[in-house]
Every structure is written in C-alpha cells, then in structure tokens.
Design a binder for this molecule. Structure first.
Ligand SMILES: *[C@@H]1O[C@H](CO)[C@@H](O)[C@H](O)[C@H]1NC(C)=O
Ligand SMILES: *[C@@H]1O[C@H](CO)[C@@H](O)[C@H](O)[C@H]1NC(C)=O
Ligand SMILES: *[C@@H]1O[C@H](CO)[C@@H](O)[C@H](O)[C@H]1NC(C)=O
Ligand SMILES: *[C@@H]1O[C@H](CO)[C@@H](O)[C@H](O)[C@H]1NC(C)=O
Length: 965
C-alpha cells in the first residue's frame, strides 16, 4: 500500500514544475558562525566515456579483468541509497552514460531518478554528453555535444534538468573559450582539478584557488571558477570508501574491536582546517568520489552518514559537515562575498611536474583527430538537411547517431588520443557508422525534394583523401552532387578520383567548367591497389547551404605529364602568388603578384627523439618529452614532381620513405596549401626510439618571443616563448613547455606582416623569432605513466605504422589583409564540402524531374556572419519540431587592424532567408536550454521584427518554435 502511494506520489510529483526543488534550491544550511568552517561533502563519480575499456564495456561492466567497474551499477545503487535518506546528495556529470542507463533500466528506476532530481537530491552538473577536452576540441563540437546533453536533460527533467555548474574536473588544461562558453550558457560556476603545478603553488599561497575568470574581452563574460585543493578530484587521504579503495570504514561500536571514531574525526578535522587555510572563505569543498566510484554506493553513504554525525557532534572542533552539491557550495561561497582576483589568460600548457608537460596529446593520434574534424563538418550538413527537409528526428535517426558519435569522441580521453588502441578503434567504428548515416540523410533529403524523380542513390566515399572511391572506380561517366554546409559560396577546386587520363566536367547547366586531370601523387606510404591513377581537379561554385551537380565524362585531351626533378629553381604560380623552390626542392620564397613583394619562407620537416622508459618520465600519449631540444633534420635532397596548368599548380615532394608533401597554390586563392603525408614512423626492431615529426616554417617576421594560438577555434591567446602570465616560468622543458594547442589556427606577426597557419585537425604548435613549428605525428614506444599503460604505437592499416595525411593552409600577407581574411578563411575551412556520387550510366534518368542545383534558400551571408547551427530538436509531443539556430559574428577585437572588422553588425533575418518564414523565435542562452532574459546586459537588441544587433564574437542563439506550443 505504502509503496503504491509512493509511486503515485512520484508520478504526480514529476509534473508539478512549480513544486520542484532543484538541488540549488534545496541546500543544507551552512554554519552562520564565521569561526566555524563548513565542509561540503560532494558525493560524485567521474565516469570516462571510454579510456581503458570502451564506453559500452564501462557501462555494462564487461571486461572486469581490465577494470572491475560497471556504470549501470553506479546509477542503480546511487538511486537506491538516495531514496533511503533525503539528506543525502549526489552529483552526476556526463549524460552519455545517463541515457544509456535511462534506456535500459526499469520504469520504476526512471521515476525515482526523476524524483531525486526534482527534489534536489541529485544535481546534474556539466550536462554535456561527455566532459570534453579543452585543448583539442573545436568549439562547434563543444557546442554540439553540450546541446545534445542539455536538450535531453531539460526535455526529460524540466527546470531541474538545466545545469548551473560547469564541471571539467579531469581535462588536462583549461581553455578560456570553454569558460566563455559556460558563461554564455548561463552557468554560475566552473570547477576543475588540473592546473600547472607552478600556478597551483601560487594560488595555494595566495588563497586564489577560486577566482573570477574573465573569459572574453569582447563580450566581457566572467565566470566564478574554482581549482580544487587536491591535485585530483578525489577525497582527502583516508576517506575513500569505495570498493576500489583501501581505507578503513568508520567503526563506531565501542564494544567491538577496531573502534576508530575519534581517530577518523581528528584526521578529518585536520584536513578540513589545512584546506581552509588556503581558501578565501570558511567554506570547504570535499570531493567524495573519483573514477568509476559508487558501483556499491552503500559503502560510501554508510560512512559519510557517520562522518557527518560524529564530526557535527563535537562542537569544540568548529567544523560543520553537510551533504552538498557544487551549486550549493558555490552559493555558500558567494554569499560570503569574498574578494576574488581575476584571470584573463588560460591554463595551457598543463604540467604536473618539471618534466611532465602534457603537450604530446595536442597531436597524439593525428588520423583519428582528422577524422573527428571531418565528421563534425559532416554533422553540420546532416543537421541542416534534416532541418531543411523536416526529416523528423527521433532517437534512432541517423542524424542522432552521428550527433552521439561526434559527442562521444569529444571526451577528454578520445579526441586527445589518450585511450587504449582498442578503445580508439571502437570510437572510430562508432564515428564511421555515424558518418555512413549521412548517406541516408542525403538520400532522404533528395527524395523529399524530388518526389517525382528516380530514388536518389548517392554514395559517399570516405577515402577520397587517399584517391579511393570504389563505386566509381570502373566508371567512365558519373555525376557528383556536391553539398556546401557553409552559408557562403564555395568557389573552390574539388578533387575527384578517376580512371582515365582525360575528362570533361560539366556543371548543373551542362556547361563545361574549368578542370584539369593530373596523375595521382603516388607514394609508397599509401600504396593501396584501390587508389585510382588520376585525379580530376575541377573548379566548382556551390551555393550557400546548397548543392550543385557536376557531370564527369571521358575526354580527349591527354593529361599533361608531371615534370620530375627539374634542375635549378622551380616556380609555380596562380592568380595571386609565385612560389619558388630551390635546387634541393625546398620552398624558399613567396611573391605577391599584385604588389611584387617578395617574402622569404622556408618549410622543412624534422623529428624529435622521445625519452624512453629508462627515465621515469618517458614521452607518451599525454606527455611530450624530447631527448634533445634540437630536432633532427632530414637533409636529403627532395624528389620533386611539378604539376602546372589552368587549375592546378603544385609541387610534390618526396622527402624520404615516410614523409612526403604537396605544396599547392589553389586557383584564385592568395594562400598556400601544404598537404603533408607522414608515416609509417619507423620502428627499430630492438629498443625502438620514440619519434615525433614536426613541420617548421621559417620566416623573417620579427615576432620576438610572442605568438598567437586559437582557443578551441575562436578566441586568440597571446603566447610567450619561455614565459607565463600567471606564475614565474621555470624553463625545465625548453621545447615541450613551449608547445600550445591549436584547434584551428595559429600565427606570428610583426608590425608589417602576419604569417598564419590554419589546420584541419587539432595539433601542437611552438613559435619563436619568426619560426613556427607544428607537430604532425608521433609514435611513442613507451607508456608515459598516466594510466593508459600502453605505448602510443599505432599500427595503421597494415601493421607497419600509421600513415596520416593532412593539410595546412598558410596565409602570409600584410596585417591588414590578414585581419580581414583569416577569420572568414577559418570558417570556410571548417565547412568542408561533401561529395556524393551517383554511379549509374543512365544519367538521364537521374536528371529526370530533379533539380541539379539546390533551390536558393538564403542570400549569401556577409563575411562577418557565420551560420553556426541549424538543428532540429527531438520529438515534441505535438509532433512538430523546434529548430535551434545560432548566428556568429566571427570577428574578434584581437588586434589593431581587426578593429575595423570587429564592429557591431545588424543581422536582419528576414532579408537573409528567402524561403523560410521565421515567426516564433525565442532568444536563448548559448546552450539552447534556457530562455535569455531581457536584462540590461543582454546585447542582442531586437530592433524590430527579426532584426538583431550582434557585437564582435557574439553568438546569437534562437529557438524557432513552430505554432504556439
Ligand atoms: C599572487 O600574489 C601576488 C602578490 O600579491 C600577485 O602578484 C600575483 O598576481 C598573485 N597570483 C595569483 C595567481 O593569484
Ligand atoms: C584488442 O581487441 C582484439 C579483438 O577484440 C583482441 O584480440 C585483443 O586482445 C585486444 N587487445 C588488447 C591489448 O586488449
Ligand atoms: C562565387 O561564385 C558565385 C557564383 O558563381 C559568384 O556569384 C560569387 O561572386 C563568387 N564568390 C567569390 C568570392 O568569388
Ligand atoms: C583518410 O580519411 C579517413 C576518414 O577520415 C581516415 O580514416 C584516414 O586515416 C585518412 N587517411 C590518411 C592517410 O590520413
């Protein structure tokens, strides 16, 4: 009877939103006496979505021989223990696990969980799908994985499912942009554990572990930030009561042996006082839990209950203990109004010791990092097509699966390259599955658009980067539909594999377009039999948020032979630039054709040898630690091939059996592309030597010791060689300590020129005195002792070692041009076009009743404006779908010349969109889960209708709510 009543109560409860008391409304009282320290016990678990085991092995508890934990049991037992005692609290972070549990557990458990959230016993913190990495995650990926988690949370739990606490406790360094994103999502605080050991020393001494992080100069956002007292996110020594720990329980029966209450209370009080001595207030946060803890929540709570009881019983100690959550702790601190210092830089690079610089992972697993970037660009297309055609999203839709896969790999042991090899394979499998779903989305979209045409049967080729595309490998004729997810024209050269040495390429209007066939660049590194012998380079123009079709057929003209090993200097040229290579094959200069100005530039490859296991800190998946501070040069003469023509102008360099490169001047562009191919990195049979390959650009820019790197692809951070802003730099690792993460770009400049590199994946960069060095690939044969217990020795496809291919775009102009062009170029480079192939000789049937070029939906966006998100959100009960829209002002006020572009702009949506009617628009915070209150600080002034004002670097988030729901 009681049970039934209780269940009824639960069901009733979950509907009354006003009656809900979220964690932050239901905090236990702290002690009002300023002389009493309040210790906040924060029961929590840190559950990696893959690391030593795969995400699903962790969830189920499979492979106990690797780690004896299962996340499903954590949810089960925590819920059970919380239901026993309303005083108890728990904080859950990563929602990727929550939904796995949610869909596999019982109705009763779901109701209980809802009840616990809506009574404030559970606080949802963080709230993203994963706890994303902050060095290697791109901001689009961060927003996507946060949105995925947050939308489901608020959809399922209402107002208590809208987290207010930023929770990044494990990532290996912290970015300013991440703090900015949390601030824009209306979080009230941000917590983490890992900061540079020297900054930690200063903050402990200064009592500034907690501070206000000034997270953006342009937006003036700020977030209350706390670095933990311990170097980790676990409990004080002696108070770990998980089945994974070895600490004694509290044994409180004096009649029995082992009675230890006094000893435990004394130790606890001593710790609290020690910690309080380093905090700005008399509030102390204690993290009661750690990696995969609480598989048996009973052993934790039994002891925490007793700890609270016995410490509070002794008033003389002046310590009060309460169950708490991060939001309650934050409230308690803020209520005491401590004077907080501010910080405006970031926490990169992170070092846990003199020789432990966590700068290797910026580059670790380069092919996986490249695949992730490619997938996130594809996800943007998938979301757009779904929203444009209203394909009806559901939990099982291919777009949702791609979202989940892209979210998953942002985990701080995934994109970082710091999971075991087998776990990384699992990530790649899930990502590949997600990507293949894009094919369904594309075909569904085309079918919906062309109900009277032949069913669209377009096929994607994931290995175009290696000139492989099976479906067309035997075709003379085929069509390629090219999709552009950018809201600007894509006027660019696409490369299409082909079996013949001559081709005719026509556009949607059947006009012959500029194209050129070139022999495929054959290198021993990538010698697949599937590789096609030729590549068509065709100059296309794809409308914004649209597609366009090109038709390939056999031509007459023979391909122009590549010129091999020319003697003397070699030059290539396009409409803007002349690139000169010396007689050894190295690039030496770039000349601007318009101004005639000649700039000296050298590009070379080098490698570092990494420290091995004879030292206690080897170079490994996380850590970069070279043996010598000077990298080793390849001084061999380069084997050259030169391809010139009306579309293609490139120099192909074979440097040695494991490094080659194409240096290219793309048609109509004023930048240079460096397409590098590195690997397999050689491995000696006995005592193999770790090797880390870098590319170096040497210029005459007088950059001194200053350089600039992006923060998750958005803000720019000023970097000092051998220097830090928040502490006294100690030069213990002259190279590794000067590496910084770049997710999209980095640059150096002087008072005339700027040299910028745009990447296609996350990498590590170091710069000093005109030289920019970027690490491309690494193969480490020893574990670096941070838990993976496996060497970063990627076998690649055939076991010889991984080969990675990627691209740098180098923009080397005066300051003015760089200020104007760099940001738009970065945005364009993120939105890679997607080529879908139609391989059927009956092209006429394909064309019948089909628009070969997409309907014009929007006017081309101006360069300052990025259409960041169009995303349909899952299932409303009325079957209609909300659509999330984000618009980004891409310029930042980050240099004197930028000031011209970093100005407020008017966004008039009704004038940009042609075929949409954008009525019911709701202004949201960046996460899309909270309405943006019309406060004085809210700067998205709505002038009238759908007209907004956007300031530099601002992102406007709107929710389109069809009909009044
Ligand atoms: C620590 O205190 C010193 C001296 O007041 C100050 O110069 C420094 O900026 C502080 N640093 C931090 C990180 O709090
Ligand atoms: C990786 O997975 C494969 C296939 O399941 C298995 O045979 C192999 O033992 C695993 N390797 C490690 C190091 O766990
Ligand atoms: C791109 O191509 C379109 C159509 O061919 C043209 O209208 C537009 O001006 C071009 N944009 C640039 C930047 O070249
Ligand atoms: C080509 O792209 C695929 C898919 O992203 C990736 O798995 C592969 O590693 C890439 N090849 C090279 C040589 O980088």
């Amino acid at each position: 009877m009681g049970k039934i009543l209780f269940l009824l109560f639960l069901i009733k409860f979950s509907y009354a939103e006003e009656a809900q008391k979220c964690a932050w409304d239901n905090c236990h009282a702290t002690d009002p006496d300023p002389n009493v320290i309040t210790a906040h016990l924060i029961p929590h678990t840190h559950d990696d979505l893959g690391w030593i085991k795969t995400v699903d092995q962790y969830f189920w508890g499979a492979k106990p021989e690797l780690v004896p934990v299962g996340v499903q049991y954590i949810y089960n037992t925590v819920v059970e223990e919380l239901m026993k005692n309303p005083e108890r609290r728990f904080s859950f972070a990563e929602t990727g696990f929550l939904w796995r549990w949610w869909t596999t557990t019982t109705d009763k458990n779901r109701e209980k969980f809802k009840y616990l959230i809506q009574t404030g016993q559970i606080e949802m913190i963080g709230g993203g799908w994963v706890q994303n990495d902050e060095a290697t995650s791109h901001y689009v990926d961060i927003l996507d994985q946060m949105t995925l988690g947050l939308y489901r949370l608020s959809h399922t739990f209402g107002k208590c499912g809208k987290p207010v606490t930023g929770w990044q406790i494990d990532p290996f360094g912290h970015s300013r942009e991440m703090a900015n994103i949390y601030a824009q999502m209306n979080y009230t605080s941000l917590y983490f554990a890992r900061i540079h050991y020297l900054e930690k020393e200063v903050r402990l001494k200064n009592k500034t572990l907690e501070f206000n992080w000034k997270a953006s100069d342009d937006i003036e956002s700020e977030i209350f930030t706390g670095a933990f007292f311990n170097d980790n996110y676990g409990p004080p020594e002696g108070f770990c009561w998980d089945s994974l720990c070895g600490d004694d329980p509290i044994m409180d029966n004096e009649e029995l042996e082992e009675y230890n209450v006094k000893e435990k209370v004394d130790d606890f009080v001593a710790h609290v006082k020690k910690q309080a001595a380093h905090q700005a207030t008399n509030q102390v946060m204690l993290l009661m839990g750690s990696d995969f803890q609480y598989t048996n929540a009973n052993s934790w709570y039994v002891n925490l209950d007793k700890l609270i009881k016995y410490v509070n019983a002794d008033e003389s100690e002046k310590v009060k203990v309460i169950y708490s959550t991060p939001a309650c702790y934050t409230q308690a601190v803020k209520r005491r109004s401590p004077k907080l210092s501010t910080k405006a830089d970031d926490f990169f690079p992170y070092a846990s010791g003199k020789h432990s610089y966590w700068t290797g992972y910026f580059t670790s697993r380069p092919a996986f990092k490249g695949m992730i970037r490619q997938a996130s660009s594809m996800l943007q297309l998938a979301k757009q097509l779904e929203a444009l055609a209203d394909l009806n999203p559901s939990i099982n839709s291919p777009v949702t699966r791609l979202k989940e896969a892209c979210g998953l790999v942002q985990h701080h042991d995934a994109v970082t390259g710091t999971a075991k090899e087998n776990v990384t394979r699992d990530y790649e499998k899930q990502l590949a599955r997600g990507i293949s779903g894009l094919e369904n989305v594309i075909n569904d979209y085309m079918d919906k658009l062309h109900p009277h045409a032949l069913k669209s049967n377009l096929i994607l080729c994931p290995l175009l980067n290696e000139t492989i595309c099976q479906p067309i490998s035997n075709s003379d004729e085929f069509a390629v539909v090219i999709f552009n997810s950018h809201a600007r024209y894509y006027n660019f050269t696409v490369r299409i594999p082909y079996k013949h040495e001559s081709a005719v390429v026509k556009n949607s209007k059947k006009e012959v377009i500029k194209s050129q066939v070139a022999e495929t660049f054959k290198v021993a590194q990538l010698n697949s039999t599937d590789q096609l012998p030729y590549e068509i380079h065709a100059f296309v123009s794809i409308p914004p948020l649209g597609y366009s079709t090109v038709f390939v057929s056999k031509g007459e003209r023979k391909v122009r032979k590549v010129r091999k090993n020319p003697s003397g200097n070699t030059t290539i040229t396009n409409e803007h630039l002349i690139a000169t290579f010396d007689n050894r094959g190295y690039l030496t200069s770039l000349q601007n054709r318009k101004t005639g100005l000649l700039k000296s530039i050298r590009q070379e490859f080098f490698f570092y040898e990494g420290i091995d296991s004879k030292d206690d800190q080897p170079s490994g998946a996380y850590i970069f630690r070279p043996k010598s501070q000077q990298p080793i040069a390849f001084d061999s003469k380069i084997e050259l091939e030169v391809v010139k023509g009306s579309v293609t102008n490139e120099v192909r360099q074979k440097i040695n059996p494991y490094v080659s490169q194409i240096v290219r001047l793309p048609k109509n562009k004023n930048y240079v592309e460096f397409e590098w191919i590195v690997g397999p990195i050689p491995k000696e049979f006995k005592n193999p030597v770790t090797k880390e390959f870098v590319t170096r650009y040497t210029t005459e820019i007088n950059s001194k010791s200053v350089s600039y790197t992006d923060s998750n692809g958005r803000q720019v951070m000023k970097r000092y060689f051998d220097g830090a802003t928040s502490f006294d730099y100690d030069d213990t690792e002259p190279v590794a300590g000067n590496y910084y993460p770049i997710t999209s770009f980095g640059y150096i400049k002087d008072d005339k020129n700027q040299f910028s590199v745009i990447t296609d994946r996350a990498q590590g960069m170091m710069a000093n005195e005109g030289v920019v060095e970027i690490m491309l690939h690494r193969r480490c044969f020893y574990d670096d002792h941070f838990g993976v217990e496996e060497a970063l020795d990627e076998p690649g496809k055939d076991g010889r070692g991984l080969v990675a291919k990627g691209k740098h775009i180098v923009l080397f102009t005066d300051l003015e041009e760089s200020a104007a062009q760099l940001r738009p170029l970065v945005a364009e480079n993120f939105h890679q076009p997607v080529l879908a192939f139609y391989n059927n000789s009956n092209l006429e049937k394909f064309e019948f009743n089909r628009q070969l070029e997409s309907p014009e939906r929007i006017h081309e966006f101006p360069p300052w404006l990025n259409f960041l998100t169009i995303e349909m959100l899952e299932n409303r009960v009325d079957g209609k779908n909300n659509v999330l829209l984000r618009f980004e002002h891409i310029y930042h006020n980050d240099s004197a010349k930028a000031a011209k572009y970093a100005v407020p702009q008017i966004l008039d949506l009704d004038n940009l969109f042609k075929s949409f009617k954008l009525d019911f628009l709701e202004k949201m915070t960046l996460g899309g889960n909270k309405k943006l209150l019309e406060t004085g600080k809210n700067r998205f002034i709505r002038k009238k209708g759908n007209v907004y004002e956007l300031h530099p670097s601002e992102i406007l988030t709107l929710m389109y709510v069809p009909n009044d729901f």
